[in-house]
Write a protein of this length. Structure first.
Length: 351
């Protein structure tokens, strides 16, 4: 079976963290099992669906003396395939409700629902921003590979920001933030000062912030606003979607804010040299040795930061005669780029 992860921070009684396999470079997602006194369990983020991960769940439950019939509810932090993926299958196996935010449900339908066209719209969007056509063809084929990982989609029960749900014998308050994924939910246990933070805050890597057509128009602003909100919580133990549980939660939110301010500064410096399209800026930031999976997140993260420079009045964009959109630094701007100095993290999160 998959091992419970306890290397860096012992988990409280009644909580198990299961490593569910996902693609490189992250290799696994943390799925949490929270056990009630009556033996029923809540599952947090069951992971992507493959034949291997189905088997991992059979083995994990069996190793804990559980069956699918013990599952009381399946709770999703957000709609990305490595978190949402197995929820529909697990719902079929258990009959349990699947809980997520209304915005996450909306994004699920936008990305993966009947009539969704993101595999067409995203490559076209990248083409407008300078990506070579052969790369956009690869992106289109790459997007199709996620369908099997999220099929079937679950029937969803909505959780609202501020709602309280019972998991593992504790009351957890839903905290909705955006940026990494619109409608992302973290779950905060006030009495024990614990948080299930999904991908909103990660201990060693920076969650990807993506601008994509049809979704949040200013995701970096949304993410940074969410970090500021999360930083006000008193947290002693944080359980993330990737890497190990950790304790420095508030400090980590500050580091992530500083990381994005530093990246905005780098982009502003690049545009001061000369106008550039987003693909050129992406290669400047992340290098040219990116696989298709990583390139998609690097490109959308670059666009998210460029959009934030526009929002702050530091950059503008113009579409040239060939249709390609270029970004330029606005030297007459009265706005100033504020760069914090709390320490930074240059590791990008390509999930």
């Amino acid at each position: 079976m998959k091992r419970t992860r306890t290397e860096s921070l012992p988990l409280p009684e009644g909580m198990h963290c299961i490593q569910i396999t996902m693609s490189f470079p992250l290799r696994w997602v943390n799925s949490y099992i929270l056990t009630e006194p009556d033996g029923k369990v809540s599952i947090i983020d069951p992971g992507p669906r493959t034949a291997q991960t189905e088997q991992e769940w059979h083995e994990a439950l069996n190793g804990l003396g559980l069956t699918f019939q013990h599952i009381h509810q399946i709770v999703l932090t957000h709609h990305h395939p490595d978190h949402l993926g197995l929820s529909g299958w697990m719902q079929q196996m258990s009959g349990a409700p699947v809980l997520m935010s209304a915005r996450s449900r909306q994004e699920t339908d936008f990305m993966w629902g009947t009539g969704a066209s993101i595999e067409e719209r995203l490559p076209e969007y990248y083409l407008l921003h300078g990506m070579p056509q052969h790369k956009t063809v690869e992106i289109k084929e790459h997007m199709k590979t996620f369908i099997s990982q999220i099929t079937p989609l679950p029937e969803v029960t909505i959780i609202a920001d501020g709602d309280t749900i019972r998991m593992g014998g504790k009351a957890w308050i839903a905290v909705e933030t955006g940026g990494h994924a619109p409608g992302h939910l973290s779950f905060y246990a006030h009495e024990s000062r614990e948080i299930l933070c999904g991908d909103a805050v990660l201990p060693q890597i920076s969650p990807n912030i993506s601008l994509q057509p049809g979704s949040d128009a200013e995701p970096l602003q949304s993410y940074m606003d969410g970090l500021r909100r999360l930083s006000t919580l008193t947290v002693e133990r944080a359980y993330p979607g990737h890497r190990n549980p950790f304790t420095r939660f508030t400090e980590r939110t500050i580091e992530l804010l500083a990381h994005h301010e530093e990246r905005l500064g780098k982009l502003a410096e690049r545009l001061q040299e000369c106008p550039a399209h987003a693909y050129d800026v992406c290669l400047h930031l992340f290098g040219e040795r990116l696989g298709t999976h990583q390139l998609r997140f690097a490109m959308s993260e670059t666009l998210a930061h460029l959009q934030e420079l526009i929002r702050r009045g530091l950059a503008g964009q113009v579409q040239q005669a060939d249709g390609i959109i270029y970004f330029q630094y606005l030297t007459t701007s009265s706005h100033r780029l504020h760069i914090d100095t709390f320490g930074t993290d240059d590791n990008s999160f390509f999930q």
